[in-house]
Design a protein around this ligand. Structure first.
Ligand code: EPU
Length: 342
């Protein structure tokens, strides 16, 4: 177990804001967990790939880097296979491993940055598929009970970019592994409009999994910045979900507003559309900016500070609230919270 003091966090978060932590522990084996007291040296924060956590302040305690590794497969019958991956594995590498081994179901989730352990935290999703569609169960270390527990998909409380790990039980569990149900038979999910556009002219029946994954990668490359080149944390705001009557009211004024019905009768609005229409694409405050190809993504052009980012977030949320009467909520975990205006 590696243990370091006074650690630079900027390289451990893909948004790369300057911040420090008192201590850092690298977790590489489950045996270590029994020896760690989560409250020994101030609060503990678990980090995986750091692609959904932004440090707007220093962390006054220990950061635990989840570096648990390993992937196992277990055939269930002629076509169904369960894949269990340790939380410290890279998500995109897991998707590639599955494609290489003829295990299908994750093609639409290719190229999502971050670790396997972060996937259930916020129920990652893209192009019509979300983790909840493939998840069987999670094993997690329960800091309260001091033991490893198994949680079924239902027990994870997954919602739109949400789970019990992010909400009611924040800080209680350290996700150790994730088990997914995949198939040896390829069945593409092609419902998402921009994916259909990308596949235009291609016969869906002759499509194979690699071609679908390649189409998703093309879309992502075009729409989303590569965190290795331009620091970012993916979508910065959730797509707001509003009552049907509220959506109807908005659609009278803005008939082109992109929107989708969701299961409970409410309607999800495209936050990117709302923000873009207000002229924010490419806008910046210092080095904190709105990505030029996608208004839902905020970026760090190099030396963005927490204050610049706060100002930018407030400017966007206030403008959206004033223009549309809609409240935007940040999607990533913001360390060093403050009251969001709007
Ligand atoms: N749009 C605009 N202007 C913009 C951006 C988007 O008008 O600047 C419109 C698009 O034209 C489209 C709609 O908004 O009609 C939706 O855009 P897009 O397909 O890019 O998806 P999104 O709703 O902005 C969500 C996820 C992404 C995921 C994509 C694809 C959230 C918060 N974000 O974005 O996930 O990759 O769908 O499935 O749900 C992430 O969570 O970090 C993430 C990148």
């Amino acid at each position: 177990m590696k243990n370091r003091a006074d650690v630079d966090l900027s390289r451990l978060s893909t948004f790369r804001l300057p911040a420090r932590a008192e201590r850092l522990i690298e977790l590489t084996s489950l045996d270590q967990l029994e020896t760690i007291d989560p409250n020994a040296d101030g609060p503990m924060l678990v980090l995986g790939g750091g692609s959904n956590t932004l440090f707007l302040a220093d962390w006054p305690g220990t950061v635990l880097l989840n570096r648990l590794r390993g992937i196992q497969t277990r055939p269930l019958d002629a076509t169904r296979v369960e894949v269990t991956a340790a939380a410290g594995e890279n998500w995109h590498q897991l998707v590639r491993y599955c494609l290489d081994n003829g295990l299908y179901g994750l093609e639409n989730l290719v190229m999502i940055p971050g670790s396997v352990g972060a996937a259930p935290m916020q129920n990652i999703g893209a192009y019509g598929v979300e983790l909840a569609d493939r998840l069987v169960s999670v094993t997690a270390w329960d800091w309260q009970a001091g033991q490893l527990v198994g949680l079924s998909r239902e027990e994870c409380g997954l919602g739109y970019r949400d789970s019990r790990f992010k909400s009611t039980d924040q800080g209680r569990y350290l996700i150790c592994s994730v088990t997914l149900s995949l198939s040896t038979r390829f069945k593409p999910t092609l419902g998402y409009t921009s994916l259909q556009d990308q596949m235009a002219g291609r016969d869906p029946h002759s499509l194979d999994a690699r071609q679908l994954a390649a189409a998703v990668m093309r879309l992502r490359r075009h729409r989303l910045p590569d965190p290795a080149r331009l620091a970012n944390a993916g979508s910065f705001f959730k797509n707001p979900v509003v009552e049907r009557a509220e959506a109807n009211r908005l659609l009278v004024d803005w008939p082109r507003l992109a929107h989708w019905p969701v299961a409970d009768g409410r309607v999800k609005l495209a936050a990117g559309w709302l923000i873009e229409r207000l002229g924010f694409r490419g806008h910046r405050i210092g080095d904190a900016g709105v990505y030029r190809n996608h208004a839902l993504v905020l970026v760090n052009h190099g030396r963005a500070t927490a204050d610049q980012l706060r100002e930018l977030i407030n400017e966007i949320t206030e403008a959206v609230a004033t223009e549309y009467g809609v409240a935007l909520e940040p999607e990533p975990r913001l360390i060093g919270q403050w009251a969001i205006k709007g």
